[in-house]
Design a protein around this ligand. Structure first.
Ligand code: ARG
Length: 410
């Protein structure tokens, strides 16, 4: 949406400063053209004449949340073979619906790690123009993977259909070509897969995909275009290969070992553990069409991933916030906060993962994730105190993005 060319004034009952972790009572924010220009005690910053005023007294205001791993173009009740019946135009419309749901849940920025036919780029542009309603979108374009791999390819059809996924690339030059293609068609970052996965047919979830040589070429090419790289990786070898190749983040990180944690810390690689996901897959997955072999893999992954989340956090690794929403229903992204707290984080650490840590990972430092002058006016309000009970984030009452109000359910 074009930034509102006007002055907006927000009064906060209390404001959460995510950096210090302090709740500041009676604050006011002044917003111009979609950006924050001043934040102060309400007594020191009265509403200017003519400003559009939003009085959020009795509410806690915090920066808009972000999710590093959202599949906007898929729905949680369409898994396995059901997906084959979804056309690209259908998936794109589904993406527009899910973008709105995600924004209304308080997520003002999302990273979409792979989408068919550059639907993510199209949606990003539609939202920016105001043709669709949704969060700020970072698009990966087409996810890049090996023949028969977890991403890039699709292993549901037998050989006689001769189907090969649009993101298949084998060998260093082939992966470089795919990176270049993604850059050409508007990708903000690059998504690859360096191990098998749970939801792909016929891949071994712990087994590495791509050689170190291929991953190194992919990362070097992406970085040379100023694009960050994230790698889906469950198994320890594939995690290490990706970190050594220089990726900026790891998705899932389920079977990460001590060496992987050490390397991630040393290289500053952000780990994005989607630890809510397992509850939906094991609870609702069968009804949703998830294949029996995937349910079997999930039973090996879920609990271990949560223990390794605890371990990586305790060891001081940098953890981002990413949920894999789309595997489970969109708009429920915030359910992961309480699981992050259950497995070792304090509420403010979990909130930082979804604000300042993700902002840095997205290359949007200074733009999103904090309520300070110069930042986008992306903010949300909740009724309770998220530091006392992080589940209040599951019930976001007010959403502003770029100074525009998208939800007011107070
Ligand atoms: N998209 C991921 C995959 O197919 C989902 C993994 C979900 N499981 C989990 N415990 N996080 O591999």
């Amino acid at each position: 949406l074009p930034a509102a060319a006007e002055t907006v004034y927000v009064r906060a009952g209390q404001l959460l400063d995510v950096e210090s972790g302090r709740l500041l009572p009676d604050r006011a924010l002044l917003i111009e053209d979609g950006r924050i220009v001043r934040v102060d005690a309400a007594a020191a910053l009265p509403a200017p004449a003519g400003a559009r005023v939003h009085d959020l007294a009795g509410h806690t205001v915090l920066p808009g949340l972000s999710d590093a791993h959202v599949h906007l173009f898929t729905d949680a009740d369409v898994h396995g073979y059901r997906r084959l019946g979804i056309s690209l135009p259908q998936a794109t419309l589904t993406g527009a619906k899910n973008a709105r749901l995600t924004l209304e849940a308080g997520f003002t920025t999302v990273r979409v790690p792979g989408a068919p036919g550059y639907a993510d780029v199209a949606l990003r542009e539609a939202i920016a123009r105001g043709d669709a309603v949704g969060p700020r979108v970072l698009a990966a374009g087409i996810a890049i993977g090996i023949t028969g791999g977890h991403c890039g390819d699709n292993n549901l059809l037998p050989y006689e259909y001769r189907h090969s996924g649009e993101g298949v690339a084998d060998g260093p030059w082939a992966v470089r070509q795919k990176v270049r293609q993604n850059v050409k068609f508007g990708a903000d970052f690059i998504k690859t897969c360096s191990t098998g996965g749970v939801l792909s047919r016929g891949t071994e979830v712990g087994a590495p995909q791509y050689s170190l040589e291929e991953l190194t070429a992919l990362v070097e090419e992406a970085h040379s275009h100023g694009r960050k790289v994230t790698s889906h990786a469950h198994g320890a070898t594939g995690i290490r290969n990706a970190i050594l190749a220089g990726v900026d983040s790891i998705e899932h990180a389920s079977f990460i070992d001590d060496e992987g944690i050490r390397l991630a810390r040393q290289r500053g690689t952000v780990l994005v553990f989607d630890i809510y996901n397992t509850e939906y897959i094991l609870g609702e997955g069968e009804k949703a069409g998830i294949l029996p072999e995937s349910l079997e893999k999930e039973r090996r992954v879920g609990a271990t991933q949560r223990e390794n989340f605890r371990k990586a956090h305790a060891a001081g690794a940098t953890l981002g916030f990413g949920t894999d929403a789309g595997v489970y229903p969109h708009g429920q992204n915030a359910r992961q906060f309480s699981r992050m707290v259950r497995f070792g984080m304090t509420p403010i650490e979990a909130i930082r993962a979804a604000t300042v840590v993700n902002a840095r990972l997205f290359g949007l430092d200074g733009q999103i994730g904090q309520l300070k002058p110069g930042f986008h006016a992306d903010l949300i309000a909740v009724a309770g105190d998220p530091l006392a009970d992080v589940t209040v984030l599951e019930d976001v009452r007010f959403v502003m993005k770029g100074g525009e109000v998208y939800k007011d359910a107070r």
